[in-house]
Design a protein around this ligand. Structure first.
Ligand code: ADP
Length: 194
């Protein structure tokens, strides 16, 4: 299965991506995690990404696209993949289409986690205390929500038009949300490896 997981910052994408991908035996690819690993290792990519991430802005498409293209070329993506946090701009959507067209791959489904705005900010502030992520300060959280609304929310219309979009209620316990997603994917023909 080739899946995308979408949702605003704080919607639980990362948590769910790991769980769902493990259940399906495919890699979860989080652009945010890859950027953070590069920041931590102070690589050239990390140095570029950091200034955008700390401000709550998107890393430029060119940089992000090249990184994802590389990652999707790894052999572990052959049976499928779950992308978490990519694409986030219309330009990234088109770029992803072109990577997939070069192979024989197509997307199977796009899952959108829907969560109330107030719940999102509360969750991120809570995470700020437990994980200390540099971009989880109130101002940057607000900016990330705005950027998502402006640049990424419109992508759902594109995937809905392709008949790929499935909205899932992201409110509730982690386990419950996972069950909603696995139930949906099972209905689409995905088989669990567990
Ligand atoms: P969140 O969804 O909570 O903002 P992520 O870990 O997914 O957290 O992303 C953190 C940051 O990494 C984003 O604010 C952005 O700067 C950068 N980033 C992640 N994915 C992308 C992407 N597809 N395009 C551009 N920037 C990205």
């Amino acid at each position: 299965m080739r899946l995308l997981l979408m949702g605003p910052p704080g919607s639980g994408k990362g948590t769910q991506a790991t769980r769902i991908a493990a259940g399906l035996g495919i890699p979860a690819i989080s652009t945010g995690d890859i950027f953070r690993a590069n920041v931590a290792d102070a690589t050239p990519l990390g140095r570029v990404a950091r200034e955008y991430m700390d401000a709550g802005e998107y890393v430029p498409d060119q940089v992000t696209n090249a990184m994802v293209r590389d990652r999707l070329a790894h052999p572990d993506c052959e049976p499928g993949f779950l992308l978490d946090g990519y694409p986030r701009t219309l330009q990234q959507v088109h770029e992803l289409d072109s990577f997939l067209d070069e192979g024989t791959n197509r997307l199977d489904a796009v899952v959108e986690l829907v969560v109330d705005r107030d719940v999102l900010v509360d969750r991120l502030l809570l995470r700020a205390r437990s994980e200390g992520r540099a971009d989880d300060t109130l101002d940057v959280i607000r900016r990330r929500q705005e950027v998502y609304a402006e640049q990424t929310a419109p992508l759902t219309a594109e995937y809905a038009a392709r008949g790929l979009l499935h909205a899932v209620d992201g409110d509730g316990q982690v386990e419950l949300v996972s069950e909603r997603i696995t139930g949906l994917l099972a209905g689409l023909g995905a088989t669990s490896t567990r």
